[in-house]
Design a protein around this ligand. Structure first.
Ligand SMILES: NC(=O)c1ccc[n+]([C@@H]2O[C@H](COP(=O)([O-])OP(=O)(O)OC[C@H]3O[C@@H](n4cnc5c(N)ncnc54)[C@H](OP(=O)(O)O)[C@@H]3O)[C@@H](O)[C@H]2O)c1
Length: 252
């Protein structure tokens, strides 16, 4: 089965995201960091959410130094995030912004990669908490702000092992199947009643800390850097993808 990407000749307008407010989870490192920088470079006010304050501050400084709109910064560990945290986040954002135009669910953890017969329950639960439950909490409570936008986009981050199961990928693979399922359920619910579109995006092998951990034998530079795979992240977040919902994309 093949999955679409942004058109091969896609060249986003420099003002693609001007005036939009976009929340990115896991914005301090890897693909989330690059997406936050790319969104800001195309005019968005980016709300940087992550668990390591110093990394978020570094991204904040990079955006400001490049002349981008002043970002928001939210330190939240999704492994322990509660319903109250999500409610508090939504009410805090509602005081600052009239609406939210985009939500990139990017933060994930790899967890254990081992046979199911020896997998640990605590490790399984942590992966499900960060990769699935936290996505539910943020989506559930940010939805009113997204629905208040003239047009909004939610992107869920998938993986190849969330579309075809593979031995030893355990909770991570199952969490990505759940992510695809969540995307489909939400897209179907919102299709005829809302201007919020919902899609999933598999970045493919990308040179980040997660990839280097998962494939220690690989030469890291054989995979593209996060900043080199941003076309589909921009396409799906901006109005060029208006009307597209419920679809599973590949970044390349
Ligand atoms: N890289 C690949 O080849 C690849 C392939 C397929 C899919 N993906 C998916 O792409 C997305 C980004 O992956 P990546 O490669 O950029 O991974 P990464 O380099 O490990 O970055 C993950 C980001 O998520 C944050 N994060 C992790 N646990 C968190 C928590 N409990 N609370 C808040 N933030 C948390 C990390 O924060 P800290 O930096 O503070 O730890 C980091 O900013 C993930 O959904 C991943 O599954 C990646």
């Amino acid at each position: 089965m093949s999955f679409p990407s942004a058109p091969a000749d896609y060249r986003p307008s420099p003002t693609l995201l001007q005036g939009k407010t976009i929340l990115v989870t896991g914005a301090g490192d890897g693909i989330g960091r690059s997406a936050a920088l790319a969104y800001a470079a195309h005019g968005a006010t980016v709300v940087l959410l992550g668990r390591t304050e110093s990394k978020l501050e570094a991204v904040y400084d990079e955006i400001e130094a490049a002349g981008g709109p002043r970002p928001g910064l939210v330190v939240l560990d999704l492994a322990t995030a509660s319903e109250d945290n999500a409610i508090h986040l939504a009410s805090g954002l509602a005081q600052e912004f009239p609406h939210l135009d985009g939500l990139l669910h990017n933060a994930s953890i790899l967890g254990e990669r081992r046979p199911v017969e020896s997998a640990g329950y605590a490790a399984w639960q942590e992966v499900m908490q960060v990769n699935v439950n936290a996505q539910f909490l943020l989506t559930r409570y940010l939805l009113p702000l997204l629905q208040a936008a003239p047009a909004a986009s939610i992107i869920f981050t998938s993986s190849g092992v969330g579309r075809n199961g593979r031995a030893y990928w355990g909770a991570y693979a199952v969490s990505k199947f759940a992510t695809e399922g969540f995307m489909q359920v939400l897209a179907d619910e919102l299709e005829n009643t809302s201007r919020v579109r919902v899609n999933s995006l598999n970045p493919g092998p990308t040179n980040t800390a997660m990839r280097r951990t998962a494939y220690p034998g690989e030469r890291p530079t054989d995979n593209p850097a996060p900043e080199d795979i941003m076309a589909t992240y921009l396409f799906l977040m901006g109005d060029d993808s208006a009307g597209i919902t419920g679809r599973a994309f590949n970044a390349r």
